[in-house]
Every structure is written in C-alpha cells, then in structure tokens.
Design a protein around this ligand. Structure first.
Ligand code: UGA
Length: 431
C-alpha cells in the first residue's frame, strides 16, 4: 500500500469526516483533519473522540501516527494530494441545503500546490459539482480534478459500512481523477461505480429518499393492519422474502429521524421544486412521516381517555439505537405533543446527551428503565435499545400505576406482555 499512499486533507471532523479520516489512515494514507471548532480540534489532538461511533476511537488511536488535526486550512492543504470535503450542509428554512461551509473550504484551497483532486463527500444538491468546478477554474485550479464521492454509511455502523461498502460511487468527468479516488480505496472490497458528477450527486439523494419511502410505506401498511387485524411484522417478513423487495427497512415504527433521511428527502423535494417539478411521492412520504409520532400520541390518548396529568415514560430518546444523536428524533416530537396534552414525562436513554432545552427540560430523566417506569400510567418504547429486551417486564409491571405499554418499535412479544398483565399497543400488530 505504501507505494500508493497519499496525503489527504479532510475538511470537517463530524461523523463523516472522522470516519473517513480514520478509515483512510487505516488504509495507509497520511491524513490531516481540519475543523473550525477549536474545542473539537483540541479534543482530537489530546486523543479524545468528540462523538460516539462504534470502532472509531480504536481506529483513530491505532492509526494516530498517520493522523494530524488542525484549525488551519492552509496547513491542512499544504502537502495534500487530495482534499476531501466532509462539512455539514444543514437545511435552510426552505429545505434547500446550506452550502456556505462547502464554499468556504473551496476558498481556502487557493494556495494548495500539490493538490491533484478535490472530492466532495458532503451531501449536496445535484449541480453543485459543476459550480465547484467553475469556482476551482476561476481560482486558477484548472489542473485540479474534481469528484463527487458520496457516503452511504449509517450512524452506529459507519466504520463497517466504510470498510465493507455495498458500492463506492465516484462521479467525475476526468479519468485520472476517477483512478486517483478509486485508488484511495485500495484494500476495500466493494464495486466502484464510476459515473458523471451529477449522477453521483443524485445517487446519494435517491438512495436516502427510497429508503425513507420504504419505511414510510411499511408504516402506512401498519396503519391499515391495525384497522384490519393483520400483523405488519408477519407481512414485512413475507414481503421481504421477495428478493426484488428485500426485508431491510421494512420495520414499522414511529417514523424515521436522524440527520440524513429528513434532511435529504426535504432537500430532494426542494431541488425538484426549484426545477419546476412537484415530487408528489416525496411530499407524501414527508407528510406521513411527520404525522407518525403524532398518530402514536393520539392512539395513547384514546387508550388512556386523556393525557392530562398522566405520567408517561418515554423509553429511548435518540433517533435510533447505537448512537447519541438526537437530531430529528421522533421522541422529541412525541415529548412535545405529550406535554402539550398536559402529560408528565419521565424518560430514559443509555446514550443521549443531557438535553436542557425544550421539551426535554420538562421531562424527568431517570437512570434505569425500571426507574423511568416507576409510577407511570403508560410507557412508550420509542427507540429499540437492546436494554429494553433485557428488561424484567414481569417485575416492571408492578412498578407502573397502570400497565399500558406502547411498543413503538415492535420489539417485544405482545402475547408474553399480555400474560404479564399489560395492556399492549404496538405499530401495526394485533394487540
Ligand atoms: C442513513 C442511511 O441508512 C445511510 O445509508 C446514509 O449514508 C445516511 O443515512 C446518510 O445519509 O448519511 P442513518 O440516518 O444513520 O443512515 O440511519 P438509519 O439506520 O438508516 O436509520 C434512519 C431512521 O430510519 C431511524 O430513525 C430508524 O429508526 C428508521 N428506520 C430504519 C425505521 O423506522 N425502520 C426501518 O426499517 C429502518
């Protein structure tokens, strides 16, 4: 590998940037990570990892000789052959992606003398690459190649996804740049799909929108199952055995959250709308997903008669298990709605960081599942943390004021819970 080892500058030390940096260092490259947050850079320089991602800390520690962290963009690009842009592209109020951080990285590349390619990993609207190409040209960097190399890593398994990908997408109009970017991944087994820049940008948005659509589809099937007596988990298992459809992302629940699906589906919708097309399917997906946690609150209200002065235990706060990420978590929508209905909240999560903002500052966070359940009129499994499978639900029943258990992720067996004396609710299953 040493022969093809490159100097890589990574811009952005978030989930994507750090995972990319750690994995490239593991593949034998020398990596300099640049972030604009002094505290983040200081932590990384001290050997700490500012985010939770399984395997990331070990990978950064094992390859620390190949990794440098800096606040200084010119230091990052001084010896770099490749500049990877991994900064965040948060949504604006209209749903468009805010690309200001991408542009400020592009501005900082002017003095780079060894640079052979600029690669964007951040999720950007289709057409951004063409604009970056034009900006590089007018900055005198015509000789520098450009590529889009979108990421398909899911939080909680990002390191594995990076090192064992389903595919590596390289979008570029320049064969040398395609070879360079593909070569950076030498040592990883996964098909490299080379294409034009716009198509690569679209692959990322289309993949996330299709996954969000799959989840939303099964959530709507679940709603119909509730009304007709069918069981959505059985339906999903059998539908998923059709190899054309697959079982992945057919788990009905309280809706998708996180930093990617909500943002990317809104960004694709905004992009379509800016080009004069109303993406009707995506409109429906976004609307149904927004309603999903609200529907759950309504069902709980019908079950309890009223939510006023009821104590509700929310089990799981993060948008999915295995992460500390609370961005666009369905739990936050549920907590707000429940509080608006006059409920008291207790909550439990093994990893969510302490939240001192609304609505969580009005919920009483408890250290264990059993303590969160104590005195509750109902409990909702919002995030399917493994601890919930290990909970002694027989013992937990006597701690609750009324044993109403809403399994919002369909992870517990309703028959067993019924035998323990619970009134069970779930998403799309006979209860
Ligand atoms: C997602 C994609 O899975 C990655 O491929 C992509 O690279 C990433 O977005 C990104 O764009 O960066 P992530 O947001 O980390 O990854 O999480 P997922 O595991 O995909 O889950 C997203 C949401 O969908 C969660 O709220 C989860 O609970 C929900 N979900 C997932 C369901 O409700 N049902 C399912 O069957 C699967």
């Amino acid at each position: 590998m040493q022969g093809s080892a490159r100097n890589i500058a990574i811009f952005g030390a978030g989930y994507i940037g750090l995972v990319t940096a750690a994995c490239f260092a593991r593949l034998g490259h020398r990596v300099t990570v640049r972030d604009i947050q002094p505290e983040r850079v200081r932590l990384l320089q001290a050997g700490d990892v500012p985010i939770y991602e399984p395997g990331l800390g070990e990978l950064l520690a094992d390859n620390k000789e190949s990794l440098t962290y800096t606040l200084d963009a010119s230091e990052a690009v001084r010896d770099a052959h490749v500049a990877y842009i991994c900064v965040d592209t948060p949504p604006t109020a209209s749903g468009d992606a805010d690309l200001s951080r991408v542009w400020s990285v592009i501005d900082s590349l002017r003095g780079a003398t060894h640079l052979a390619a600029v690669v964007v990993k951040s999720t950007v609207p289709v057409g951004t690459g063409a604009r970056i190409r034009a900006a590089l040209d007018s900055a005198g960097l015509q000789h520098v190649g450009y590529a889009s190399n979108p990421e398909f890593t899911a939080e909680g398994r990002a390191v594995t996804d990076f090192l064992q990908p389903d595919r590596i997408v390289v979008g570029t109009d320049d064969p040398d740049t395609a070879e360079l970017v593909a070569g950076l991944h030498a040592g990883i087994h996964g098909p490299v799909q080379t294409m034009d820049v716009a198509s690569a940008e679209m692959v990322k948005l289309a993949s996330n929108a299709l996954l969000a659509t799959k989840i939303t589809f099964i959530n709507e099937i679940a709603t119909v199952c509730e009304a007709t007596g069918a069981d959505v988990t059985r339906v999903a298992d059998a539908v998923g055995l059709d190899h054309r459809l697959g079982r992945h992302f057919l788990n009905a629940g309280l809706g998708y959250g996180g930093s990617c699906f909500p943002k990317d589906s809104r960004a694709l919708r905004a992009m379509a709308s800016n080009s004069g097309y109303s993406f009707q399917l995506l409109n429906a997906v976004i609307e149904v997903n927004d309603l999903q946690p609200r529907r759950a609150v309504q069902r709980l209200k019908s079950e309890l008669g009223t939510l006023r002065d009821k104590r509700i235990a929310l089990l799981g706060m993060t948008f999915k298990p295995g992460t500390d990420d609370m961005r666009e978590a369905p739990s936050t929508v549920m907590a707000s709605r429940l509080l608006a209905e006059g409920a008291d909240l207790t909550c439990w999560d093994p990893m969510a960081r302490p939240a001192d903002t609304a609505p969580w500052n009005q919920a009483e966070r408890r250290p264990t599942v059993l303590e969160a359940l104590t005195g509750a009129d109902a409990a909702v499994i919002v995030t399917e943390w493994h601890d919930l499978l290990d909970t002694d639900w027989a013992a937990a029943r006597s701690l609750m004021r009324t044993p109403v258990l809403f399994d919002g992720r369909n992870v517990l067996d309703p028959d067993t819970l019924g035998r323990f004396g619970y009134t069970c609710m779930s998403v799309g299953r006979a209860t």
